[in-house]
Ligand binder design. Structure first.
Ligand code: ADP
Ligand code: TRP
Length: 334
């Protein structure tokens, strides 16, 4: 008993968890289950840092008003969905300018080939985007985000795993060249998070226009649910729940009992897709209504939100300035 307690405590003391999210676009159900919820669950597992990656977003957002609005929206979304500022240092990346100085120090131990091999860079080139230095250097800035707070656990989606591997390589190179300076972080990939399907059954993604926003207008959102694509089986025909997009989304919100009940009604026949969609929309609304209310409250209290972000930045900055000092000394700037 005692051993377990000690083990549990030391584990949480050792975990310094950091992740970042880009402020690009309204959050949808796929983002919520795939990224937000896992990130929010981690705040109970250790010393947690979560930031809004607005410097990174500059690689794709070239509109100041959209940048400001997007950054603010993410802040409201996360606080509304349960981010606890007492547990998680929540901040804007741009409130931690130290990351840029560190990025420069790291640049000088980052082989160009390592950056040129990054999938996300290559994907952008393949899409015909004209590469600039920001796009190429993106992973170096990300390494600075991670290393500056000496985090050891970095929860990210599969698409970001390679960037955490670059961070590890760069940190090891720096440590080898200048002496032990950085903690080597581990990526934590949420393999168990299933892909959330969109209205048309493809992966829900803002680039496919098949999303349901978590904080969209309630009436319009209900209409979106009614537009989920299904097969054309008649009302009385038995239906396969597992092959149906409506049921796949329903499962995300329903208790096991509710899932079993709806599945049985699918199989029995006599259930129309319209009814299933309506029940799904009801569960969605029950899930997000309290968060929507909280979001409205937060939106009416910008000073509170601003204060949360500033305090988060102050906490992260205390660590960041210590790490930067260490790195400056290591390379001989001090
Ligand atoms: P989008 O595809 O809408 O552009 P992003 O690429 O900005 O979404 O994704 C942000 C985060 O949300 C990532 O961590 C990603 O893994 C997660 N995510 C996005 N869409 C889904 C989905 N349909 N199912 C599960 N997770 C998703
Ligand atoms: N590149 C990440 C994304 O697009 C966001 C990000 C920036 C990040 N810096 C980070 C994630 C540091 C984890 C750790 O999703």
């Amino acid at each position: 008993m005692r051993g377990l307690f000690v083990q549990g405590r030391s584990e949480s003391e050792e975990m310094r968890i950091l992740s970042g999210i880009q402020p690009s676009g309204k959050l949808h159900i796929g983002n919520y289950f795939g990224m937000m919820r896992p990130a929010l669950e981690l705040q109970n597992k250790g010393d947690a840092y979560l930031f809004i990656a607005n410097y990174h977003a500059l690689t794709s957002v070239a509109d100041a008003a959209a940048m400001r609005q997007g950054t603010w929206d993410v802040a409201l979304d996360f606080l509304a969905c349960g981010l606890d500022p007492e547990r998680t240092a929540f901040y804007r990346q741009s409130d931690l300018p130290e990351v840029h100085e560190l990025a420069w120090l790291l640049s000088n131990v980052t082989p160009l080939g390592l950056l040129e091999r990054c999938h996300s860079y290559k994907d952008k080139l393949a899409k015909g985007i004209a590469p600039n230095h920001g796009l190429l250097a993106y992973p170096v800035l990300m390494a600075a985000d991670i290393l500056i707070v000496q985090s050891n656990v970095v929860p990210v989606g599969k698409d970001q795993k390679q960037h955490v591997e670059v961070t590890r390589d760069v940190a090891i190179k720096f440590n080898n060249a200048f002496g032990e300076t950085f903690t080597i972080p581990e990526p934590q990939i949420s393999e168990d998070v299933a892909v959330v399907p969109g209205l048309d059954g493809q992966k829900m993604s803002k680039s496919y226009g098949n999303t349901i926003e978590i904080f969209g207008d309630p009436k319009a959102t209900r209409k979106r649910f009614m537009g989920i694509v299904t097969d054309s089986k008649a009302l009385e025909e038995p239906k396969d729940p597992e092959a149906c997009n409506v049921f796949k989304l329903y499962k995300l919100f329903a208790t096991p009992e509710q899932q079993a009940d709806l599945a049985a009604r699918y199989r029995a026949g006599g259930l129309g897709y319209g009814t299933a969609k309506k029940e799904l929309a009801d569960l969605f609304e029950a899930h997000f209504a309290p968060m929507r209310a909280k979001r409205a409250e937060l939106a009416a209290n910008p000073d509170y939100v601003e204060n949360v972000l500033r305090q988060g930045a102050a906490k992260a900055r205390a660590l960041a300035s210590e790490t930067l000092r260490k790195a400056r000394r290591a390379v001989g700037l001090e």
